[in-house]
Design a protein around this ligand. Structure first.
Ligand SMILES: [Zn+2]
Length: 511
């Protein structure tokens, strides 16, 4: 397919909302009739994402989460309970609205301080305030005494609110963070966060962003973090357990801290040390790091993936058992996501190639520029790397769908498929061939600057690429991103793809 219709439609609507609200971005699509009228109607149960239809909620735009979670014992498998106060702006007149929540229970809900009726349906927490909420008006909703129990990660449910031998952590991408807390769990709705964790003395608690305060009382330690930069719910991190937090020397003024299991600190901390070089390298490529701090969280286990939780990337010990020539490009991949995917969030999940294509691009480029591409990928030049990816292009498209249009979302790996990783990076290589290295590098910097702290779509990327290069790239990039066949590679007319009939597709490396 050539165009993502759901994407285009929702952008038109949201552009209207953004003008009405005077917001910089992150406005939520609402039904145009109800958005413009005064008659209160229910907010939609989802944002209409083609791949995750019920993810997110219509009718409001969250500004801030104030989340607190209580961990009663030193038990990674225990149920936790929490409170969240969400400050939001209505984007339509609301008779009722939903939050995403898949946890165990809900104690009480208030809207603007008054008790509100609620019910649950699947992962929807449906809230009916005593009085309808006016369009454009700010409101607060507090969910008190919600409970949630972490899962033990396995092949069927690798992610979410998960246990480790040392405590619990979050791996919410793309649709699991609301298993812990009520939220608008779609990356189109970014918000700031205050995260407060209370756990028994002896356990430590780390979350995204800046540490604000720690207090101790009655055998419990309460730690508060503030993420001042807009963040998608999927990127939240609460690492609570027998972990140790270690600060490293800042890089260009950016504080670096790592969080690892206390009993494994001596082994794991040296292996993460190169992240400081990688931060400097990424800043040399695309400009200033977008957040307050950076670092790595390493857990003991085998999740099967690494994850770019905002300001604190998540890895497991399986990654850290690999040689540094393998680990370092993966560290660079998650670091690159802080710009591509976190700071600039996808508008819909079909745009996930923007996250993964760019992160793969810098992962491979880092290996190349540090002279380790041969050990990392078995080839010596970028041309060789992308020539091999090109050969897979038609098979990937046949199996998973076009780069910017994953066909299925039955499994997370249908969406996070090889054609958004290496296929996305291959499309960027093609674009670089087409517009030249200089304009490509200007585009990359312009993209993360223009859309910093916002969600952006594939069409936004195509428009910016056209503007920066002075070329109309719509046809070229639509073919690369939405075509069912791999287009010819500029400058390499001899590159060929392997026939689709072959069933062998390279195994995915999830990062
Ligand atoms: Zn990634």
């Amino acid at each position: 397919m050539r165009s993502d219709r759901g994407n285009l439609t929702s952008r038109l609507v949201a552009a209207g909302s953004a003008v009405l609200l005077g917001l910089a971005g992150a406005a939520i699509a609402a039904d145009p009739a109800s958005a413009s009228g005064h008659h209160p109607t229910p907010g939609s149960a989802g944002l209409g994402d083609r791949l995750y239809p019920l993810l997110g909620n219509g009718g409001y735009d969250v500004q801030n989460y104030d989340l607190s979670v209580f961990y009663p014992k030193k038990d990674p498998a225990q149920q936790v309970r929490g409170n969240v106060t969400i400050t939001a702006v209505a984007t339509q007149s609301l008779s009722r609205f939903d939050l995403d929540f898949g946890g165990d229970g809900v104690g009480k809900v208030t809207v603007n301080g008054r008790p509100a009726a609620f019910s649950r349906s699947g992962d929807e927490l449906i809230i009916t305030p005593q009085r309808p909420l006016d369009n454009h008006r700010r409101f607060t909703v507090t969910v008190s005494g919600f409970t949630a129990t972490p899962i033990s990660p396995n092949a069927n449910s690798p992610a979410g609110f998960v246990t480790t031998p040392d405590g619990t952590i979050m791996a919410g991408q793309p649709d699991q963070s609301h298993q812990l807390f009520p939220s608008n769990d779609h990356p189109r709705d970014l918000a700031t966060y205050t995260i407060t964790m209370t756990a028994p003395v002896g356990w430590t608690a780390t979350a995204n962003g800046q540490p604000i305060r720690t207090t101790q009382r009655g055998g419990y330690v309460t730690s508060t973090y503030r993420e001042f930069h807009p963040m998608a719910a999927e990127l939240i991190q609460l690492a609570v357990g027998d972990f140790v937090t270690v600060n490293r020397a800042p890089v260009n003024g950016i504080p670096i801290r790592d969080v690892v299991p206390r009993r494994l600190a001596d082994k794991l901390l040296p292996e993460a040390a190169d992240e400081r070089n990688e931060v400097a390298w990424m800043e040399s490529k695309v400009g200033r790091y977008p957040f307050e701090r950076y670092g790595s969280l390493v857990i003991d286990g085998d999740l099967g993936f690494a994850l770019e939780t905002q300001t604190l990337s998540l890895y497991d010990t399986t990654w850290f058992s690999l040689p540094t020539v393998i680990l370092n490009p993966v560290l660079t991949h998650e670091l690159a996501h802080q710009w591509f995917g976190d700071s600039v969030a996808p508008w819909v999940w079909s745009d996930v190639w923007q996250n993964e294509g760019h992160a793969t691009w810098y992962e491979v480029l880092y290996a190349y520029e540090t002279g380790t591409l041969k050990e990392y990928a078995g080839v010596t030049t970028l041309d060789d790397y992308y020539k091999r990816a090109y050969a897979n292009g038609d098979r990937w498209r046949a199996r998973y769908g076009p780069v910017a249009y994953p066909l299925r979302s039955d499994s997370i790996w249908d969406v996070f498929n090889p054609n958004v990783y290496d296929g996305g990076a291959l499309a960027l290589f093609a674009l670089r061939q087409k517009i030249g290295v200089r304009d490509f590098e200007r585009l990359e910097r312009a993209w993360v600057a223009k859309y910093r702290g916002r969600s952006a779509s594939t069409q936004d990327f195509i428009a910016l690429a056209s503007r920066v290069s002075g070329q109309d790239l719509r046809s070229f990039l639509n073919d690369w991103l939405y075509g069912s066949k791999t287009p010819p590679m500029p400058g390499h007319p001899d590159w060929t793809t392997t026939a689709v009939s072959s069933s062998a597709v390279a195994p995915a490396l999830h990062r």
